[in-house]
Design a protein around this ligand. Structure first.
Ligand SMILES: NC(=O)c1ccc[n+]([C@@H]2O[C@H](COP(=O)([O-])OP(=O)(O)OC[C@H]3O[C@@H](n4cnc5c(N)ncnc54)[C@H](OP(=O)(O)O)[C@@H]3O)[C@@H](O)[C@H]2O)c1
Ligand SMILES: [Zn+2]
Ligand SMILES: [Zn+2]
Length: 352
């Protein structure tokens, strides 16, 4: 084991602060990376504050962060894909059994024996995993992604969660040219959803509660923007969508969006609010509409998404911040005040 610098929360009500954590020395299959950038996902905030206590209670101290881009500093003797000096990326997954049907299908996100990047039992240390708000990380090479050349690294980090979480359901539900696709909530996930829907050729409509985001939404690739609090504007789109991606982090009326789906349309939840949402059965059954959810994505699809971004010049729009501003960033997330992802410049941790 060795000591790494990190920012951690000591309880659900404590701010994140500088601390030291123990990480494993790289085993023969491991890659050790110096972390360059780590995005701030709303899931980090949910978990730091134990808002998902019913599903995955937080173990403290908690070091969040699962949107990681770094440079390889050490590799184990059996590592083949990476060498010292390479760029690498790590998302929400750091391990899985590799043998179950899900893993064999490249759908590691559904493996019953997966390990998430933070706040998850760590098979190596016996404690919990620690995420990317840290100066380094050690990960099995199977879970290290290749960073396409030419992309801005601060804006690449958020692709590892916000990117794959929005790309995967759009691919699964066959979003394509000629379709009408909605994205609800223009935050970290939502703005990536807009970029992907646009790049896949769909007529893309953003639903936002923030009128001030209208111009940005159009610049990001939306064809239309609807202020969701305006019932008349909403009604104009009734029964017209093939697919809607709901990326809202808080309680909201999902029935208002189900009404906007056409026959056999689908709305997929990627947002994971603390409390359950109420769903009207009638909204779904008239029109045989479906409601589903989608978590992150598997390793092959995450690489496919990164390569797609490399080819199409897609990165997240980021506000780069030093780690010392992380608590302030969390408060701004709660006010839907981020344009459109915070990316932590991890060099700032050296000052601690
Ligand atoms: N499924 C997965 O695997 C997965 C992966 C990552 C994150 N998530 C979850 O996805 C959600 C979004 O994450 P994020 O990082 O994109 O968050 P974020 O950057 O904070 O964006 C959330 C957006 O939701 C909208 N919103 C916030 N409060 C709202 C309210 N009360 N009513 C209606 N709209 C509201 C806002 O957009 P407007 O200002 O445009 O209204 C806000 O910008 C979180 O719950 C997160 O935990 C899930
Ligand atoms: Zn995330
Ligand atoms: Zn498995």
């Amino acid at each position: 084991m060795y000591n790494a610098k990190a920012y951690s929360a000591a309880s659900a009500t404590s701010p994140l602060k500088s601390s030291t954590i123990a990480r494993r020395e790289p085993t023969e299959h491991d890659v050790q990376m110096e972390i360059l950038f780590c995005g701030i996902c709303h899931s980090d905030l949910h978990q730091v504050r134990n808002e998902w206590s019913g599903v995955m209670p937080t173990v403290y101290p908690c070091v969040p962060g699962h949107e990681i881009v770094g440079r390889v500093t050490k590799v184990g003797s059996a590592v083949r894909k990476y060498k010292v000096g390479d760029l690498g990326a790590v998302g929400c997954l750091v391990d899985s059994d590799g043998t179950c049907p899900e893993c064999k299908a490249g759908l590691e996100q559904f493996c019953p024996n997966l390990t998430l990047t933070y706040n998850f039992p760590d098979k190596h240390t016996g404690g919990v995993t620690y995420g990317g708000y840290s100066d380094s990380i050690v990960v099995d090479e199977r879970f290290v992604l290749r960073v396409p050349t030419g992309l801005d690294l601060a804006g690449t980090a958020p692709l590892l969660c916000a990117g794959i979480t929005t790309y995967s359901p759009m691919r699964h539900w066959g979003v394509t040219k000629g379709q009408k696709v909605g994205v609800v909530g223009l935050g970290g996930l939502g703005h990536m959803g807009v970029k992907f829907a646009h790049a896949l050729g769909a007529h893309t409509v953003v639903f936002t509660t923030s009128p001030g985001k209208k111009e940005d939404a159009l610049r990001l690739g939306a064809d239309e923007v609807v202020i969701s609090k305006n019932a008349d504007e909403m009604a104009k789109h009734a029964g017209s969508f093939h697919f809607i991606l709901d990326a809202v982090s808080a309680d909201h009326d999902i029935n208002a969006y189900i009404q906007l789906l056409r026959r056999d349309g689908n709305i997929t939840l990627v947002g994971a609010p603390e409390k359950p949402l109420a769903v009207s059965a009638f909204g779904l059954l008239f029109g045989r509409k479906s409601l589903s959810g989608s978590p992150i994505g598997g390793i092959p699809e995450t690489q496919e998404m990164l390569d797609f971004c490399g080819k199409n010049g897609i990165t997240a729009d980021v506000e780069v911040i030093p780690i010392q501003k992380v608590n302030e960033a969390y408060e701004r997330l709660l006010k839907a005040d981020v344009k459109y992802r915070f990316s932590i410049d991890m060099a700032s941790l050296k000052a601690e």
